[in-house]
Design a protein around this ligand. Structure first.
Ligand code: NIG
Ligand code: FE
Length: 414
């Protein structure tokens, strides 16, 4: 928890303590030439710097001159699978040659092949590898990331994955906040083939323990994986256990996952490449955040999710990377921004809101992070430009110069 004074900042931020929906997503607050005071990790003051209300001795603060450059809230990557064993480059090549994601999965590859590698990996290995991804994310300005289990598919390995996430959280030199999600319903393991509902019973039995670590319960709600009734049963049980819920919905086919997310008042439904018109309307009605993952559509050569339709219907859209070893081996925030602006027709303002305040709302954390406001955590990034419109212009290249987590400078690049 740092004490920091940022001078000469050009703050660009969405404003509020909940997701911004529809047209609201374009409304940013821009404050040139300002000072930001952070004490014990919390933003205490934003203003012209005259008579800074310091509570501590002035030498207890680090001073940082932003040199008039753009200062944004830290990015929130609200959907990742960053703990896993092994890699799957051969599958990527098979897909290049025309194979499909689902046919590889149905042949026992895909998620199951990462499950096998994760079971073999030691905790130390999983943790070191995940930490490498976290460092890269921090360099790209991410200050909060969600991390899912889901490569265990049995109680012991799912718990190991969640404990790895918990250990990464407990780091005294923490540079990023990690929100854990239980995704035991990621695939049906071979020993339960044809007995999906028995596997769902097993998952329901895990909830009392996994919910001690995981804040969210997620499900790969997809044809021939967990269909609507199995997904509903698991998520209803998770809610009773006090967990918040999310869904991988309508990723490969239009199954009605979006409608289910609305019925269950999920915090977010994610992917949504094949969402129905009705699904969009229902999500808008119930205030479910639509978390769109353009890197996955790009890597799978699928159509992009209909971001404009979501926004026009008054939904809150968040953007995230979906970093995972299979469908999308990328955690690139710059490329996510460029794809959202170029192929999903999102404006730069909407994209920024989607990666900050709406990402925070997708993790049920908009009260504490996602915007630069007094009372929120001092999670802030400084760009190498005085113009926030450079964000998509840097196609796949990083324009984040400094990352600040809870008032501590955790990354600086020249
Ligand atoms: O979000 N589709 C389900 N889960 C991940 C992919 C996981 C994997 O292929 O390892 C996704 O796309
Ligand atoms: Fe995913």
């Amino acid at each position: 928890m740092g004490n920091l004074i940022i001078e000469n900042a050009k703050v660009v931020t969405p404003v509020g303590h909940q997701a911004l929906r529809g047209k609201e997503m374009s409304q940013l607050r821009i404050i040139p030439h300002c000072y930001i005071l952070i004490e014990e990790g919390i933003i205490k003051y934003i203003g012209d710097g005259k008579n800074l209300p310091l509570s501590l001795d002035s030498n207890e603060y680090v001073r940082l001159d932003a040199q008039g450059n753009v200062v944004l809230p830290g990015f929130v990557d609200s959907h990742t699978h960053l703990v896993f064993g092994g890699f799957r480059p051969d599958e990527f090549e098979w897909r290049l040659k025309g194979d499909s994601y689902m046919s590889i999965m149905e042949r026992g590859g895909g998620i199951q092949s990462t499950v096998n590698a994760t079971k073999k990996a030691t905790d130390t290995h999983l943790q070191k590898k995940a930490n490498w991804f976290l460092k890269k994310m921090s360099e790209m300005g991410v200050t909060t990331v969600e991390a899912k289990s889901g490569y265990g598919l049995d109680f012991a390995t799912e718990m190991r994955m969640l404990k790895v996430i918990e250990n990464l959280q407990d780091n005294p030199d923490k540079f990023i906040d990690i929100i854990p999600t239980f995704l035991g319903a990621h695939a049906v393991p071979p020993e339960y083939k044809g007995k999906t509902s028995e596997y769902v019973d097993l998952l329901i039995g895990m909830l009392p323990e996994v919910s001690k670590i995981a804040k969210f319960c997620d499900v790969f709600c997809e044809k021939n994986v967990f269909e609507l009734e199995d997904s509903r049963r698991l998520l209803e049980a998770a809610k009773i256990e006090g967990m918040k819920i999310k869904l991988h919905a309508d990723e490969i086919v239009s199954l009605g996952g979006a409608e289910l997310s609305a019925d269950l008042k999920a915090v977010s439904a994610d992917h949504l490449l094949h969402v129905s018109e009705k699904g969009i309307k229902r999500m808008a009605e119930e205030g479910v955040v639509a978390t769109l993952l353009p890197l996955t559509a790009f890597a799978l050569k699928e159509p992009y999710a209909p971001a404009r339709k979501f926004i026009e219907e008054g939904c809150a859209v968040a953007l995230a990377t979906d970093l995972n070893p299979g469908s999308c081996f990328s955690g690139s925030i710059p490329l996510t921004i460029a794809l959202a602006c170029i192929y999903m027709d999102m404006s730069i303002e909407e994209t920024l809101t989607a990666l900050t305040l709406n990402g925070a709302a997708a993790l049920d954390k908009a009260d504490m992070i996602g915007s630069i406001e007094v009372g929120k955590r001092g999670d802030i990034i400084i760009l190498n430009s005085d113009n926030f419109k450079v964000l998509p212009y840097y196609v796949g290249m990083n324009c984040v110069k400094t990352t600040i987590f809870a008032g501590r400078i955790v990354n600086t690049q020249c």
